[in-house]
Ligand binder design. Structure first.
Ligand code: SF4
Length: 150
């Protein structure tokens, strides 16, 4: 049975208008995916901010995290530390095949992909690199998951 407090909390959540912040982590990518992520924000043709979200510069402000790259040994500890700084409930999007499988680097001696061995991934956006439209679709899915988790 739902208590009054739970009802009020549910209604407050439904009324709360809050826009998610997006943070991007480069886990050793070739920068191809990062350029496509930047394209979603910088070019009016794509303009991911029309979904009501915005990129931010601090992991502590983030709600949605985009991760690119195959998690190289050089950056692994830093990536995991920065990821841990992002407050819950966060939603993680793996952008490109590198974090999903290692992509063209999968046999490299310093590659630790798939990244979901080390942190929870909610959405995979495959491609090498994925097109901006695919990244935006992944962000839209992430926003829906994030709102459910609030
Ligand atoms: S998926 Fe392709 S474009 Fe993206 S970081 Fe890996 S190699 Fe580069």
């Amino acid at each position: 049975m739902t208590t009054l407090l739970e009802k009020i909390t549910d209604q407050a959540r439904a009324l709360a208008v809050r826009s998610p912040w997006i943070y991007r982590i480069n886990a050793g990518s070739c920068n191809g995916c990062d350029v496509e992520c930047a394209t979603t924000a910088l070019i009016p043709r794509y303009d991911v901010e029309r979904l009501g979200c915005q990129y931010c510069g601090s992991p502590r402000h983030a709600d949605i995290v985009l991760i690119t790259g195959p998690l190289t040994t050089r950056v692994k500890e830093d990536v995991l530390r920065v990821f841990a700084e992002i407050p819950d409930p966060k939603v993680t999007v793996a952008v490109g095949v590198c974090p999903i499988s290692g992509g063209i680097f999968r046999d490299g001696y310093a590659v630790n992909a798939p990244i979901d061995k080390y942190l929870p991934v909610d959405i995979n956006v495959p491609g090498c690199p994925p097109r901006p439209q695919a990244i935006i679709e992944g962000i839209a899915q992430a926003i829906a998951i994030w709102r459910e988790r609030l």
